[in-house]
Design a protein around this ligand. Structure first.
Ligand code: CO
Length: 294
């Protein structure tokens, strides 16, 4: 499996005896959200309600403006974080605190809704491909009512690890085995979020704390995961089981995102755009929003 023309990832290869294996595969389900935006809900479905601390993962991908042009007009959030990462296209966000910006391919917005924010997320384009992900990361009870905050990084500020083979890793959060650090900080769940593009034949070895939950969403190509060499087709979610890391082998040029985080192991009460610990807190969230207390 080792590549002969590059010692780079060989040097960083882990002992693979405890590598995580694929324990569940899902293709998600088609959904519509915001103002008629067609997307694929990958996490947050009846089949896969959450992967603690991750509450939701949406993938949007279309070159038909009718599928996305309505965007996500003003809506509230409380109690968790939203992470928007774009592969193609542009999205403009505005919020009730006066923040505004445009997310472009390779750029990320990590928004801590905390006690509450009202924002809009609108495509900044009238044609062409829009492709990206929105991930919801839960906050612990102690931080659900914290002040809202942002960590926003344009593509040029997102660490890019380049291998001699041409493979690349965009590191949004966490540290690669070669020591490339992501820009986003989150002490609650110490997340790992990487956009991995492998050249055919390359191996990707990444340590993941054994306490973390982890999954991989295969965007395109042909990869095999773990000692079992579980093959994944395009647009497939693979939930990873227990172990100390992940090993992916690219059978052809492939791209996937790898996400992991420390589970919170707290009760989850979710209602639309609010995620709290109890039903009473959920009712309070709706009441606060309706009475302009956000
Ligand atoms: Co939102």
């Amino acid at each position: 499996m080792e590549k002969s023309d590059s010692t780079f990832n060989k040097d960083n290869a882990r002992d693979r005896s405890a590598t995580r294996e694929v324990v569940h595969v899902s293709h998600g389900q088609r959904a519509t959200d915001g103002d008629g935006v067609k997307l694929t809900r990958i996490i947050g479905t009846p089949e896969l309600s959450m992967i603690d601390p991750f509450l939701l993962l949406d993938a949007f991908e279309s070159d038909n403006p009718d599928d996305y042009i309505g965007g996500f007009p003003n809506h509230p959030h409380r109690g968790f974080e939203t992470v928007t990462y774009l592969l193609a296209g542009q999205m403009r966000h505005r919020d009730s605190a006066g923040n505004e910006g445009v997310i472009k391919p390779g750029g990320v917005q990590w928004m801590t809704a905390g006690r509450g924010i009202v924002h809009s997320e609108m495509p900044e384009q009238v044609d062409g491909l829009l492709m990206g992900f929105q991930l919801w990361v839960n906050l612990p009870a102690s931080a659900k009512m914290s002040e809202p905050g942002y960590q926003e990084f344009p593509a040029e500020q997102v660490a890019l690890e380049q291998w001699p083979s041409g493979s690349t890793i965009r590191v949004i959060a966490g540290r690669t085995n070669a020591g490339t650090d992501g820009a986003v900080n989150n002490d609650f769940v110490t997340p790992l979020y990487m956009d991995v593009q492998l050249k055919a034949g390359d191996d990707f070895d990444q340590s993941i704390p054994p306490t973390h939950n982890a999954f991989l969403y295969h965007v395109d190509g042909d990869v095999s995961i773990g000692q079992a060499q579980t093959g994944l087709g395009a647009r497939t979610l693979a939930v990873l089981g227990e172990g100390d890391g992940v090993w992916a082998h690219a059978n052809k040029d492939s791209r996937f995102i790898l996400i992991a985080g420390q589970p919170l192991n707290e009760p989850v009460a979710r209602g639309g755009p609010f995620v709290m610990n109890t039903q009473a807190e959920l009712r309070q969230a709706f009441d606060d929003f309706q009475n302009n207390r956000f």
